[in-house]
Write a protein that binds this ligand. Structure first.
Ligand SMILES: [Zn+2]
Length: 325
C-alpha cells in the first residue's frame, strides 16, 4: 500500500484496500458546477439545490484511480433524465447535518461507468483554494437502477466461494434504492473527515484497537477474517456461522468491520434509513431452501444503542469548529 500522502486521499468502498494518492484542487470542478446549476426543480430546500449544482463529471484522477484498481474501461457517466430524478431523490433524503456539511465541503458529486470495478463508490479529499478540506464523491453508475437489497446481496456475495453446498445469502431492504444508502454512507465519510471523528476513536474504543484493527473477540472470530477484513473468501457452507456472529455482535453490517470509518458510515447510514422505516433482513438458506439463519440488524438493541451514540457524536462534532483532515 502506498505511503499516506499529506493532502489528498481516496476511500474506495470496496473489498480492496483503500486507494490512496496525491492530487491538487482542480478549478474545473467550479466550472462544471455552473453548467449543471441550470436545473431548476428543487426537491429538498436550498441545500439540496446547492448539492445538486455540484454534480459534474469525475476528476481525471478519480477515473485514473478506478482504472488503476482494475476497471480499465472506466469513464464519466452522463445522467439520463430518469437518473437525475433518482439522484435528486437521494439528495433530498440526506439528513440536514449531512446536507449542510456537503454544501460547505463537497467539490463535486460524480457518476462513473466502471462495471468491472470492485469498488462501488469513492470519496476523494483535497485541499481547497483557502486551505479548507474539499471532497469529491464518485458513485459507480450501474447502481443507479438497483434496489438496495439487490446491491447488498451482490456486494456480500464477494465474501463467499461457491463450494457446491447449495447455501445462499440474500439481503433485502424493502423498496429502498441503492443510491439513497450509498449517498448517505459516502456523505458520512465527508462528515467524519471534516470533523475528525473516527480517527479519534470515539465512540469506537470498545470495538476498535485502532482505526483498522478490531478488538477482541471480533478480531479472531468469523467476522475478523472476511474479505472486508482483507481475508480470503470463505466457503458458502460457513455462511450460517458468519451471520450468527453478526447477529450476536453490535455491528449493523459485516462491512462495518472494514475500519472504524466504515463502522461510523454504516451506523449513520442505517440509523437514518431505519428512521425512514427501511427494513434490513439477511437470510441464509440451505440447499433445500430452508432459512437457517435470519438476521434483522436494525431490530437489535445493541445496534440501536450504537445508532444513538453515533447520532449523538455526529451532532456534537458538527457543533464544533471544523478540523482540516
Ligand atoms: Zn465507506
Amino acid at each position: 500500500m502506498p505511503r499516506r500522502p499529506r493532502k489528498t486521499t481516496l476511500l474506495l468502498m470496496s473489498v480492496l484496500p483503500a486507494l490512496i494518492f496525491t492530487a491538487g484542487w482542480d478549478r474545473a470542478a467550479a466550472q462544471t458546477q455552473a453548467s449543471s446549476a441550470t436545473r431548476e426543480a428543487d426537491t429538498g430546500g436550498g441545500t439540496a439545490s446547492a448539492i445538486r449544482a455540484r454534480i459534474a463529471p469525475p476528476h481525471d484522477e478519480t477515473v485514473a484511480a478506478y482504472r488503476q484498481s482494475g476497471a480499465v474501461d472506466a469513464s464519466a457517466h452522463p445522467l439520463t433524465d430518469q437518473e437525475w430524478t433518482l439522484v435528486e431523490g437521494a439528495i433530498a433524503e440526506l439528513p440536514p447535518l449531512h446536507r449542510d456539511v456537503l454544501e460547505r465541503h463537497l467539490a463535486r458529486l460524480s457518476f462513473i461507468d466502471a462495471p468491472s470495478s470492485a469498488g462501488t463508490a469513492l470519496t476523494r479529499a483535497s485541499e481547497g483554494p483557502d486551505g479548507g478540506a474539499l471532497f469529491d464523491i464518485t458513485i459507480r453508475a450501474d447502481v443507479l437502477d438497483k434496489s438496495l437489497g439487490e446491491f447488498l446481496t451482490e456486494k456480500e456475495s464477494m465474501l463467499f466461494a461457491d463450494d457446491g453446498s447449495g447455501h445462499s445469502v440474500r439481503l433485502s431492504a424493502g423498496r429502498a434504492p441503492a443510491l439513497t444508502y450509498l449517498l448517505l454512507h459516502e456523505a458520512t465519510h465527508v462528515v467524519d473527515r471534516t470533523f475528525g471523528i473516527s480517527t479519534e476513536m470515539r465512540p469506537f474504543s470498545a470495538l476498535w484497537v485502532d482505526y483498522r484493527d478490531l478488538a477482541a473477540p471480533y478480531a479472531t472470530g468469523p467476522m475478523g477474517v472476511t474479505t472486508y477484513r482483507r481475508g480470503q473468501r470463505i466457503p458458502l457452507a460457513e455462511s450460517p456461522e458468519l451471520y450468527e456472529a453478526l447477529r450476536a455482535s453490535p455491528f449493523v453490517s459485516l462491512y462495518s468491520t472494514a475500519s472504524a470509518g466504515e463502522d461510523l458510515a454504516e451506523l449513520a447510514a442505517w440509523s437514518h434509513l431505519s428512521r425512514s422505516n427501511v427494513p434490513l433482513t439477511v437470510e441464509v438458506r440451505d440447499a433445500t431452501g430452508r432459512a437457517v439463519v435470519t438476521v434483522e440488524p436494525l431490530r437489535s438493541p445493541a445496534v440501536q444503542a450504537r445508532f444513538a451514540v453515533a447520532d449523538a457524536v455526529l451532532a456534537r462534532a458538527s457543533a464544533q469548529p471544523s478540523q482540516t483532515p
